[in-house]
Design a protein around this ligand. Structure first.
Ligand SMILES: [Zn+2]
Length: 280
């Protein structure tokens, strides 16, 4: 039988799955990300062997944090310091003898949500709110890329924000007022001194207001049909959080039609399923 392999290589965990020609996941494995590149690569290869069994691997796709060169498949994920200028595509194609494609995790997640989450919109924006924050924009199902293939960084736009601890708002990129610094898991920890799952209702109100202002900017610039939002913070906040942010967006959006705003359909598997879509 022919199988397709998807990899989701994150800063805390690595997930690998095999899927059949219909995209149904057959087998899956996960492990914690280590602090050694060699150990991570060894783990990845043994998990691939485990999920592929005796089947023929037709292709592989991988999601990983940026920055990276998607054409050459050279990766340097910011939150994995052991991984610097790793020629992942060349390493994996040499080892496994099948095509291998890698892209920024938020682009891959957008592809997953589009292909397996029932999206048919021409202009589709997917946002991830997890440790950090990012997005992937698809036009007719194709990833939008910037100059020289650069990935648009929607988390690093400035917004008019509300915060009960505004002195603690500081983005890891160096700017003082990024959306990511207000609505990502790391940003929330910095501002409120606790993880998103422990936020009080009033604190969630601030986070949803700030996300809503970011959605308003993205809606007014991209005018997408649908914005879907996933990642641990969004999934944890749930539909109430997303709806509150959507209301703020709509209140401030005047000249363009409001997009649909929804919680991710695929939850924690969005990037893994997108990696399988890339393997196809
Ligand atoms: Zn920033």
């Amino acid at each position: 039988m022919a199988v397709y392999i998807g990899l989701d290589i994150g800063g805390t965990k690595i997930m690998v799955a095999s899927a059949d020609r219909g995209g149904n996941i057959l087998r899956r494995e996960r492990t914690a990300t280590s602090t050694s590149l060699e150990e991570d690569l060894t783990n990845i290869n043994s998990m691939i062997a485990e999920v592929a069994k005796e089947d023929k691997i037709m292709g592989m796709g991988a999601a990983i944090g940026g920055p990276l060169d998607w054409e050459q498949g050279i990766v340097s994920p910011l939150h994995q310091p052991a991984w610097r200028n790793v020629p992942l595509k060349a390493i994996m194609e040499e080892k496994w003898g099948c095509p291998f494609h890698v892209d920024v995790d938020t682009n891959v997640a957008a592809l997953g949500e589009y292909r397996w989450g029932g999206v048919s919109a021409k202009r589709f924006l997917y946002l991830t709110l997890s440790t950090g924050m990012g997005g992937g924009l698809l036009i007719n199902g194709e990833i939008y890329r910037g100059q020289n293939g650069a990935h648009p960084e929607v988390g690093h736009q400035s917004i008019p924000f509300q915060s009960s601890n505004s002195l603690a708002v500081q983005c890891e990129c160096g700017a003082p007022d990024c959306l990511e610094a207000l609505v990502s898991g790391n940003g929330i920890r910095r501002i409120y001194g606790k993880p998103a799952e422990e936020l009080a209702a009033k604190e969630w109100d601030e986070v949803s207001y700030n996300l809503g202002q970011g959605l308003r900017n993205m809606a007014v610039l991209y005018v997408p049909d649908i914005i879907r939002i996933g990642g641990g913070v969004a999934v944890g906040g749930g539909n109430n959080f997303i709806q509150a942010a959507k209301t703020v967006m709509e209140e401030h959006l005047k000249l363009v039609p409001a997009p649909q705003v929804e919680l991710s359909y695929l939850g924690y598997d969005t990037a893994l399923r997108g990696a399988i879509a890339m393997a196809f």
